[in-house]
Every structure is written in structure tokens, then in C-alpha cells.
Write a protein that binds this ligand. Structure first.
Ligand SMILES: C[S@@+](CC[C@H](N)C(=O)[O-])C[C@H]1O[C@@H](n2cnc3c(N)ncnc32)[C@H](O)[C@@H]1O
Length: 265
């Protein structure tokens, strides 16, 4: 993988915790369909700060377990704190890569990959193939990703007008596809799995003050690659501050996609 671009901070961890809470509520029926149920063994690959791993650990209960894996040591350190604070005993955290997890083939009920494919353009199919190989017969791969080109901000600050365009350009320069969510079904079929769900949801929410999102988290990497200038970062910072102070909250529209592929018995 190219070096991961989003830096972990306390604000980012709060954003992940908020997204995980929403995921558990909004995806309940998909989780059940995928087999994230009591007693299941789940591998959460590219777990980041493990906010979703903890939620899935609660769903599989004490007789189930979740292996949270990430290639980034800083993300894993944050994950250790999140798991400890949640007080769950059935999450095991490991350092490792999605292309070669080192997990035993045929040992996993559900392999989960959330918001990882969009950062691994050149390796997408290799990753999904590898996850398919981890499944026991009847097990599933559960994929979540976005269409960044469909993201919208209503009532946002004009100082952020170039935010999405610059982030897409940055990702393209790394071989990443901002529309990975559209191809989840194809990636699962390409791995020899039977696609039993491929859905898209437009999540509409009020922008929370203090929450700046993935593009802001990637600003240092974008600066290093010449996509952003220091002046752009100052302009964005000021625009976010104005937005935080705005009386009427801007509205965020995010296009998320979910797909489940089952390994034939
Ligand atoms: C956007 S975060 C998503 C975190 C988590 N899945 C969630 O949805 O809350 C992506 C995470 O995937 C990790 N990652 C990206 N590419 C990876 C790879 N090839 N192998 C393992 N981890 C990877 C990053 O380090 C980062 O922590």
C-alpha cells in the first residue's frame, strides 16, 4: 500500500467513535445478513482506532471474537486505548496488512473491510481475494466504501470550495479510486464469492462543530505531495472555524456503499 495519508488525532478518534455508533444503528440488518452475530469470529481489517471492532465485539458476544488488524502503528496504539476504554475482552489487535494478514485460511466467519479499499487502489482485488481465502465455507466478506464524488456540503463555507476536488486529485495521484464503493459487488464476484447484498445509502447529517473529516486529516500528506500549499491549509482552517461558529449547521451528504459476498459451501 502507499503510505496511509490520514493522521490520527483525538478529534479523529471522536469522529470514528461517532461513525461507529451510526454504523451499528444503520447497518443492523446488513450485519446480521453478513453473520456478525453471537459466537462469530470476525476479522476487522484496516480497523483504524477499532471503534467499529468494539461495536462488532459487542454484537458477537463473549463466545465470539474480533481480530482488529491495521498496518499503521499509530492507528493500532489508538485502537488499544479505545478497546481498553470500552472494556471489551474479546477484541485482539494485531499489526498487519490487508494483502497478507497472516490469519489462518478458513478460520474466519466474517472478514470486514471498511473504508480501506479507497486507500489501496492498486491492491483492491488482491485484498478482497485474500479476505475471501480467510473464510470458512458459508462465511462472508463485508465491504464498506464511498463514492467521494457524490459528497456534498449544503451551507458550507466558500473557503472549502476546493476541498473535495483537491482530495480526489490527491487520491488519483496515488492510484486510488474515490468511487470504490460503486465496484464493491464486482470485487466480491472477482474473488469467487456470491454477492448477496450491494446497497447504497445517502447519509444526511448536520456537520458537528469541531469535526473536520478525512480531508483535513490528510492535509500534511497533501502538503508533502504538493497538492496543498501552507496558505490553503490556513484558509481551510479559518473556514472550518467559521463553520464551527455558524448558527445554522451546514448539512453533510455522504454516499456510502455496503456489499456482502458469501463463500460457497
Ligand atoms: C479510513 S480508516 C478506517 C478505519 C475503520 N475501518 C473504520 O471504518 O472505522 C482506514 C484504516 O485502514 C488502514 N489501512 C489502509 N490500508 C491498509 C492495508 N493495506 N492494510 C492494513 N491496514 C490498512 C489505515 O492504516 C487506517 O487505519
Amino acid at each position: 500500500m502507499t503510505e496511509y495519508a490520514l493522521a490520527i488525532s483525538d478529534a479523529e478518534i471522536r469522529r470514528y467513535l461517532l461513525m461507529a455508533e451510526r454504523a451499528q444503528a444503520n447497518e443492523a440488518s446488513l450485519w446480521q445478513k453478513a453473520g456478525i452475530c453471537p459466537d462469530a469470529v470476525v476479522a476487522d481489517i484496516g480497523c483504524g482506532p477499532a471503534a467499529v471492532s468494539v461495536r462488532m465485539a459487542q454484537a458477537v458476544g463473549p463466545a465470539g471474537r474480533v481480530v482488529g488488524m491495521d498496518a499503521d502503528a499509530a492507528a493500532l496504539a489508538a485502537a488499544r486505548r479505545v478497546v481498553e476504554q470500552a472494556g471489551v475482552a474479546n477484541v485482539e489487535l494485531r499489526l498487519g496488512r490487508a494483502t497478507d494478514t497472516g490469519l489462518e485460511p478458513g478460520s474466519v466467519d466474517v472478514a470486514v473491510l471498511r473504508h480501506v479499499l479507497g486507500h489501496n487502489g492498486p491492491d483492491e482485488q488482491r485484498i478482497v481475494d485474500h479476505l475471501g481465502g480467510l473464510l470458512r465455507p458459508g462465511g462472508s466478506v463485508y465491504l464498506v466504501d464511498v463514492d467521494w464524488t457524490a459528497a456534498r456540503l449544503l451551507g458550507g463555507d466558500p473557503g472549502l470550495a476546493d476541498l473535495d476536488e483537491k482530495y480526489l486529485r490527491f487520491n488519483k495521484s496515488r492510484g486510488n479510486d474515490g468511487q470504490a464503493g460503486l465496484r464493491l459487488g464486482r470485487l466480491l464476484s472477482g474473488a469467487g464469492l456470491q454477492v448477496i447484498a450491494h446497497e447504497g445509502h445517502y447519509t444526511i447529517s448536520a456537520a458537528s462543530p469541531g469535526v473536520r473529516g478525512p480531508v483535513w486529516a490528510a492535509r500534511e500528506s497533501m502538503l508533502a505531495e504538493g497538492i496543498l500549499s501552507p496558505e490553503d491549509i490556513t484558509r481551510w482552517d479559518q473556514a472550518f472555524q467559521r463553520m464551527d461558529a455558524a448558527e445554522v449547521r451546514p448539512t453533510v451528504f455522504a454516499a456510502g456503499f455496503f456489499a456482502i459476498g458469501v463463500k460457497p459451501r
